[in-house]
Design a protein around this ligand. Structure first.
Ligand SMILES: *[C@@H]1O[C@H](CO)[C@@H](O)[C@H](O)[C@H]1NC(C)=O
Length: 323
């Protein structure tokens, strides 16, 4: 699931919106850290066990989108998982490694003070952390044990935000986790018998509560960061409620809202043994009707709606330094 080849365009849509709004607020570059939610090809480009350099995409005259996100990446270092007998792929590119790439990139592209180079930039520190929990859930760790990872994951995300701020970032978005209990992969993998354990939308309550637990701790950490750096805009990216907004929207037929577009079989059109990309699994014909693209990632249409919700929040909070 973590190595899916799906290209996720949420961040790209945010980027286009921000560049369009640049008359009001001169943001000219975005630096993205993350996992498959933002990866538009880094995992495939890097291949296994290489030491890659990120590819800035797309390069316009003054607008730059530098994407360090890699599918399957975790907020925590791989050692955290091996110490707990959890397997993470050799391609895992933890946040600490993405930060090292960022610093190398900055050294090679910024020839003055890094604060000057970064004052018109927006930093997306995530979404990341979802995989840290996925590796636990899908390798059979009990919920309470996985819950104990949350402070570590939040600590790693906060530490990354602090590092980019120290490098000169003045606009930092830190997204939370999705309500993963509404995702076909979880609905299929962790079914429960009692209908009370599903919410009104048909999502798994205990998994959404887990995501909320992460998001609440993350928001508390962001509140402390704001006190630490009062001159920096540190914005919580509310992916949880942005997704709920999509789920409630009239644009998607309720009968397919929790189903994967690409996939085969089962109540959610998702089969972990035959996921999207496996031989014989069809590519879906009508992604505009679906929220979930492959059971794990969303369709461009869903991301477009999410970005509407998010742009309002993010644009109203970022700093518009004109100098
Ligand atoms: C994670 O790994 C990086 C690079 O090896 C290291 O600098 C950092 O201290 C590690 N972080 C933790 C929390 O162990």
């Amino acid at each position: 699931m973590s190595t899916t080849k799906a290209l996720s365009l949420l961040v790209f849509i945010l980027f286009v919106s921000l560049v369009h709004s640049s008359d009001q607020c001169p943001i000219n570059s975005i630096y993205q850290f993350g996992d498959s939610i933002s990866d538009t090809g880094n995992l495939i480009r890097n291949g296994p066990a290489s030491s890659p350099t990120p590819k800035p995409l797309p390069q316009r005259e003054h607008n730059v989108f530098v994407n360090f996100g890699v599918s399957g990446s975790t907020a925590l270092n791989s050692s955290f998982f091996s110490e707990r007998n959890l397997h993470v792929p050799a391609t895992n590119t933890p946040l600490s490694m993405q930060l090292a790439w960022f610093k190398g990139h900055l050294r090679s592209t910024c020839h003055g003070s890094s604060s000057d180079c970064l004052k018109h930039s927006l930093f997306m520190v995530g979404e990341i952390g979802g995989n840290d929990y996925n590796y636990g859930f899908f390798q059979g760790k009990p919920m309470e044990e996985i819950r104990s990872y949350i402070p570590h994951v939040v600590g790693a995300i906060t530490a990354a935000a602090r590092e980019v701020i120290r490098a000169g970032a003045v606009n930092v978005v830190v997204p939370g986790n999705f309500p993963v209990g509404c995702f076909p992969i979880y609905l299929t993998s962790f079914p429960v018998k009692d209908t009370k354990d599903y919410d009104d939308n048909g999502c798994l309550t205990h998994l959404n509560e887990f995501a909320m637990d992460h998001n609440n701790q993350l928001q508390e950490a962001i509140a402390s960061l704001r006190k630490e750096f009062p001159d920096v805009a540190i914005v919580y990216g509310d992916y949880y409620n942005a997704f709920q907004y999509v789920l409630r929207s009239e644009r998607f037929d309720k009968s397919v809202a929790l189903k994967s577009c690409c996939g085969t079989g089962g109540a959610y059109n998702y089969d972990g043994k035959r996921p999207y990309g496996a031989v014989g699994v069809p590519v879906c014909q009508n992604p505009h009707k679906f929220i979930s693209w492959d059971g794990v990632h969303l369709t461009q249409k869903a991301y477009r709606f999410m970005s509407k919700f998010l742009n309002n929040q993010i644009l109203s909070q970022i700093k518009c330094t004109r100098a």
